[in-house]
Design a protein. Structure first.
Length: 588
């Protein structure tokens, strides 16, 4: 008999754990003991200004007091996207519906540049009802205007950004059918990401799918072992339901896409419930890979083979399971360089009674679970969703942020320790690979309780710090304005592709500042089903300048020296800095 491999042993462990019958994986682990607080100040303060900003429409997603089906629980994403190319981030919010139907729609809000937003959904052509899941952004036709792809339970939608019409209004057109992206069957589209996987200068499209969901066939709450949580009848799944399969579409360069799921090897990966999808170069070979957080099953890492094919390597690379070889309820994904070693790490969020997981990248695409060592394992109370590895106080050390919210509103009355609405969570980076959870230091926007799902990170008011947009179920969204004090410096980098895709998705910037090194990439999707500001933001601490190493999506490289802090620089492929814009400075 052949000697069992590490992969086969982990697979057996995971299969055995799954046989226990819980609809959602939850390991019921005890939180790590908290250390003594550092006592260091945290200068970022977050205030929810959504109401005064004009973001008033709630997200409707299934029943309010009870949820009969898994479909009602998942929720959807958000986007910070400059759809009209005016240099100011606009807001796109997905929406759901009710089992009996509703008029709820996705919403597009134009940034008025004064801290307020205007609802332009109808004039932009983006009004639509249904069970929306994820949004990803990218200029798939290289015309200079970022397009939107939205996944649904039902039929996914590709919106082409037409740019301004004769009246100067930027509009979108549903081009799903003419692009060849209509599914012949009903599927539950989940995560999505534009990615130039073959480096031909055109954005291709990856779509993960969650479960094969048919409300006529799904058991009712409490009907079997997959429909109970802590002895309380709840909606069924995902375990006990057939998993979806995942798709890759090649951009033909004429406005159409071809399904290459089989030819590329993507279709070989089966048996997991796919959620958030992130395309980035995780093994530093110059080609984009695809990571998919999977719910209650092994997560996937599709390694790019440089020939139009992928190999699923999540187990071998250490990002499919936790360090104990157990599956987790993977939902959201943050990507960034938390330890400043020049490699992209992964932060993945999970269900209650489990710790979110922090994977450290060794630079060759092999990952180590450093959750306990970093201090992240002190928090296990919540169901966790959108997340980011982002520098919120501009000290040059990327922090961890994530949003939370339960999926079972009916259990709170019987189990008060598991409320439906829960706070946001922030871990400040202490350096040396250590994180510290902070509470009242970060302002009222952090402790506020909601049942949140997607979140996006970006500087909506162009004042040199990172703000946060959050989707809340059955409530209007939250817009957390960062009122950052102190004198920490920063640098924003906007990449424009020429030979590479125009959005520069997959473009990588390594910033060297104050003896530190940090890498970031332009991502089409991350967090939970959401889109962050395409402008890469580097906190610089006390450094007055930074050296930038740029690797474009097609593999070309260039270096810029002594780029001054406290400005937005636009870098065009092959031309260097074509625009430098000082933004208003913080007072403090």
């Amino acid at each position: 008999m052949d000697k069992p491999t590490r992969r086969s042993l982990f697979a057996l462990l995971a299969a055995g754990y799954g046989a226990m019958g819980q609809g959602v994986v939850s390991r019921v682990v005890q939180p790590q003991r908290r250390g003594k607080p550092s006592g260091l100040p945290f200068l970022a303060k977050f205030t929810d200004i959504a109401k005064q900003a004009g973001l008033l429409e709630p997200c409707t997603y299934g029943g309010l007091e009870t949820k009969q089906y898994l479909l009602e629980t998942i929720g959807c994403g958000v986007a910070f996207v400059d759809y009209d190319n005016d240099g100011w981030l606009d807001i796109f919010l997905l929406n759901g519906t009710l089992l009996e139907g509703s008029n709820a729609s996705n919403r597009l809000y134009k940034n008025n540049r004064d801290g307020t937003f205007l609802d332009v959904t109808e004039e932009a052509g983006l009004k639509r009802t249904g069970w929306a899941s994820a949004v990803c952004a990218g200029d798939y036709n290289n015309d200079g205007w970022d397009d939107l792809f939205i996944t649904y339970w039902g039929q996914n939608v590709l919106y082409r950004n037409n740019g301004p019409n004769a009246k100067g209004v930027v509009t979108f057109t549903d081009v799903t059918a003419q692009a060849g992206l209509v599914d012949k069957q009903r599927r539950w589209g989940a995560g999505c990401t534009f990615v130039d996987y073959d480096r031909d200068g055109r954005l291709d499209l990856f779509v993960s799918n969650y479960v094969d969901f048919d409300p006529e066939k799904v058991p009712r709450p409490g009907q079997n072992s997959f429909c109970n949580w802590k002895g309380i009848p709840v909606n069924c799944g995902p375990r006990g339901l057939p998993p979806g399969y995942h798709s890759l579409y090649h951009n033909n360069g004429d406005g159409t896409f071809s399904d290459v799921s089989e030819r590329s090897g993507i279709a070989k990966a089966r048996g997991s419930y796919g959620m958030t999808a992130v395309a980035a170069d995780f093994d530093n070979d110059g080609w984009p890979d695809i990571y998919v957080a999977c719910d209650s099953t092994s997560s996937f890492l599709f390694r790019n083979n440089h020939d139009g094919t992928f190999t699923e390597t999540g187990l071998e690379r250490g990002v499919a399971l936790n360090e104990d070889g157990m599956e987790q309820a993977g939902m959201g994904v943050g990507v960034g360089d938390f330890d400043l070693d020049g490699h992209l790490d992964i932060f993945k969020t999970h269900f209650a009674d489990d710790a979110n997981i922090l994977y450290r990248n060794d630079g060759k695409g092999m990952f180590e679970d450093v959750t306990a060592r970093s201090g992240v394992a002190v928090e296990t109370r919540y169901v966790n969703w959108g997340a980011g590895i982002v520098d919120l106080d501009n000290d040059g050390l990327p922090d961890l942020f994530y949003v939370t919210g339960n999926v079972y509103p009916e259990i709170e009355a019987k189990l008060p320790a598991y409320p439906f609405k829960t706070p946001r969570v922030l871990f400040r980076n202490l350096g040396g690979g250590k994180m510290e959870e902070i509470f009242d230091l970060a302002g009222p926007g952090i402790g506020a309780a909601h049942s949140s799902r997607g979140c996006a990170f970006g500087d909506f008011d162009n004042d040199g710090d990172i703000d946060i947009l959050i989707l809340n179920l059955h409530e209007p969204p939250s817009l957390l304005r960062n009122d950052l004090g102190g004198s920490h410096r920063w640098l924003k980098v906007k990449l424009e592709g020429v030979k590479s895709n125009r959005s520069a998705i997959g473009g990588r910037v390594t910033a060297h500042y104050g003896g530190r090194r940090q890498v970031q990439e332009v991502l089409s999707q991350s967090s939970f089903y959401s889109v962050n500001d395409f402008r890469l933001h580097f906190g610089l601490g006390t450094a007055a300048e930074a050296d930038l190493d740029i690797r474009w999506p097609n593999g070309a490289t260039e270096t810029l020296r002594k780029v001054a802090a406290n400005q937005l620089v636009t870098i065009r492929e092959g031309s260097g800095i074509v625009k430098a814009t000082p933004l208003p400075q913080k007072k403090g």
